[in-house]
Write a protein that binds this ligand. Structure first.
Ligand SMILES: *Cc1c(COP(=O)(O)O)cnc(C)c1O
Length: 477
């Protein structure tokens, strides 16, 4: 195609100054900052330039292409985009309950309320209201964590990776930590136990093999340089078949015999037994503490269902030394986390309430009937609004706990499966991500799957609206 024609077209693009001098733009400048408006105009013009360099002759011949009136909607769209937060709510229809990429645990309304309450004004974050003097940031949750778990002492840091780093650095810097080869896990998001250990200054002493590690393997590895015996929850995988590992109880006894500390990284750390709900039997936080282990750590935003945090529980004398490590200051949690965590923990005082109200636990224990009803409500809202060639049906499927918790657990679920003759499941999945709020789904064979387990009741209308708009748009194209 003729390059001079393209050059001519490019020259017809109005300048940023010309555009900004228009009345409509002055009106926008009253509402939005100059930075945003100017950037939006630049972005709009850049798009136009790209379209011109790709466009054919008839496209370039269209004079309306360059008129301010044609361009204005582009600028408005760009302004909307620039002025809106990029971290936003999405609808999790993947069925993965603790989805690290989607922000893990949604918080309970009471936790949210408390976050707002504490954040909008001053608080007694580090102020002792009884004595009228400086107080301790961690005191607000420490007692509650001890009460719920049976531990002597507690500390909360930024996340569980931080908790592991801090504990290893405090207890084993420059010394050896004995760990089974079967537990040298990678959690994802670049968290690998061996890497974190190295950064903590501890020296890794691997024992056993990938599938089998015995107590005598640990015992043989113990020497004058040994500081700690570490057990790590193999969160996101299981070795099947000819396997054997050493229980926490056995490790604690071995530690006693050799006067060594024992720590367990629980990963998810569940505070209630979920096995009565048909879920895998997992040792709870309380079970671990009962073994007499010196330290355990786990995440605040996995099965616990609270905010991002790393919870450390254990023996008082050991936690006292962790608390004075300067790294604790570097890893400290903020007041918003603390507010959300304390409110979440309060719900655990009544186990039934915790199970029926904390979003992650509630989702994990939902029964099929509830899921079916949710799916039916969605279908009902869509009735008559979707073209008949598009198949929308309820199906049985399985969801996952996610977050490294219960990796083998299959959670029977109900999904809404969508199949369109106009579009592949893949393209539907993309389109759903562009809905407002974005809908994150999964694909199974040729169908788009919306898992009812992780969709909140209050999101059904968003979901219906998003589906309707997306599928109608699909039909036009
Ligand atoms: C998830 C996990 C971590 C990391 O926890 P974060 O809170 O994400 O930092 C560490 N160890 C295990 C075993 C885990 O499952």
């Amino acid at each position: 195609m003729d390059p001079t024609l393209r050059q001519q077209a490019l020259r017809k693009i109005p300048s940023v100054e010309d555009i900004l001098s228009r009345q409509e733009m002055s009106d926008l400048l009253k509402v939005y900052s100059r930075t945003v408006v100017v950037e939006a105009v630049r972005r709009g013009l850049r798009q136009l330039r790209e379209e011109i360099s790709k466009g054919g002759e008839s496209f370039l011949a269209d004079e309306a292409l360059f008129s301010f009136e044609t361009l204005l909607p582009r600028f408005r769209k760009e302004i909307d985009w620039l002025a809106q937060p990029k971290l936003r709510r999405v609808i999790n229809a993947t069925g993965v309950v603790i989805h690290t990429n989607l922000g893990r645990a949604p918080l309970h309304p009471l936790a949210l309320k408390q976050v707002v309450e504490v954040a909008k004004a001053y608080s007694n974050l580090e102020y002792d209201l009884v004595r009228g003097e400086r107080g301790d940031r961690y005191s607000h949750v420490e007692e509650m964590l001890c009460r719920l778990s049976g531990a002597e002492s507690a500390l909360v840091v930024n996340n569980n990776a931080g908790a592991v780093l801090l504990c290893l650095n405090t207890l084993a810097e420059g010394r050896e930590v004995v760990i089974s080869r079967g537990e040298l896990v990678e959690i994802g998001g670049a968290f690998r136990i061996p890497d974190v250990m190295r950064r903590s200054g501890a020296l890794l002493k691997e024992v056993g093999t990938t599938n089998r590690t015995h107590l005598k393997d640990y015992e043989k590895a113990i020497g004058s340089e040994t500081a700690l015996l570490l057990k790590v929850h193999p969160s996101n995988f299981r070795v099947m078949g000819f396997t054997s590992d050493v229980s926490l109880e056995e490790l604690v006894q071995l530690g006693r015999k050799y006067h060594l500390s024992v720590m367990e990284d629980l990963g998810s750390g569940c505070m209630v037994d979920l096995s009565p709900y048909g879920l895998e039997k997992e040792p709870t936080v309380q079970d671990s503490i009962r073994t007499g282990v010196d330290l355990i750590s786990f995440s605040g935003d996995k099965l616990l269902g609270g905010p991002q945090a790393g919870i450390i529980l254990g023996k008082k004398n050991i936690l006292d030394s962790v608390k004075v490590n300067p790294l604790t200051r570097a890893l400290r949690i903020d007041k918003l986390t603390l507010a959300a965590l304390e409110s979440t923990l309060l719900l655990y005082l009544d186990e039934k309430k915790a199970l029926s109200e904390i979003p992650t636990l509630k989702m994990l224990t939902l029964n099929l009937q509830t899921l079916k009803n949710r799916g039916r409500r969605l279908l009902k809202r869509l009735q008559g609004k979707i073209e008949t060639s598009i198949q929308i049906t309820l199906k049985e499927d399985v969801s996952q706990a996610g977050g490294g918790a219960l990796p083998l657990q299959e959670l029977p679920t109900i999904v809404v499966a969508i199949q369109s003759p106009h579009h592949s499941a893949h393209s539907l999945e993309q389109k759903f991500r562009k809905a407002n709020p974005p809908i994150i789904s999964r694909i199974k064979k040729d169908a788009l799957i919306l898992d009812m387990r992780t969709v909140l009741d209050e999101e059904i209308h968003f979901l219906a609206e998003g589906i309707e708009k997306t599928l109608c748009k699909t039909d036009e194209t």
